[in-house]
Design a protein around this ligand. Sequence first.
Ligand code: PMV
Length: 309
Amino acid sequence: MTSRSTSPGKIILFGEHVVVYGRPALAVPVTQVHADVEVSDSSRAGIWINAPDVNLHAELNTLPSDHPLASVIHNFLFLWRVSPFPNLEITITSTIPVASGLGSGAAVTVALTRALVSHLDRLMTDEEINGFAYEIEKLHHGTPSGIDNTVVTYATPVYFIKGKPIETFKVGTPFTIVISDTGISAPTKESVGDVRKLWEADIPKWESVFDRVGKIAEEARKNIESGKWELLGKLMDQNHTLLQEMTVSSPELDRLVSAARNAGAMGAKLSGGGRGGNMIALVEPERAEEVSSALMAAGAKRTLITTVS
Ligand code: PMV
């Protein structure tokens, strides 16, 4: 028997960084990219992990315990007190670019956990999967807000406030965004740490900046729910300016943001941890290809056109 699970990528629309400080953020799944996991019984002894994308073919116990894939499996087996260990073949593939703000780590964790749950006949609710994935995120990312694992687990648009019950929301009228990758991989941990240093040096100033971003995220949610997506462009531009103030943009991100606007996007901003990774641009559907080409011409490594619905 083979058990399979798939999880989407994600993109943060508004509120990255301030979400770490209790302000709201909006994130949506990106289903064109996904992580896929297959678990089947094995005739050879051990738990064999095959991840061809990263050229990994190894038995679980030969991997360091803090290896991202090994830590999911170890924690899962520990959580469920699985003993003795079953003999398994686990194959993991993903089309989600790594370290670029598209949630690849969370997607692999969630898909792997769900495939193990089903193969080993356990039961976990979405809430439990989400909680487990959050613990894994914490092992690798320091103090994550939990937005990545949440949107990936529920695979639906999420209005996220750290420590509050999960709020999903409906998209009144579908809208189109172009996601564009700088090709620069930038650790979120560093940009989050740098924002913390700024905040510690002048708490009143940054609290008020974070409040402004929080208001932008709230207004964006209202506009998305009521189908007034064209109002999001201005909010993206405002959010990007405040992210620049937080020092998490970069020349490459700014170049792509300008290129998108010049090519007719209604607004654009960096998305995720910043300093590299992805930016997003709001476009009228008929302009998407044009904006995408302009982004490639401005140095993007790849672009993805997605409909948020
Ligand atoms: O780089 P990403 O997409 O994983 O997003 C990080 C989002 C931050 O708000 C910067 C950090 C967090 O944990 O929420």
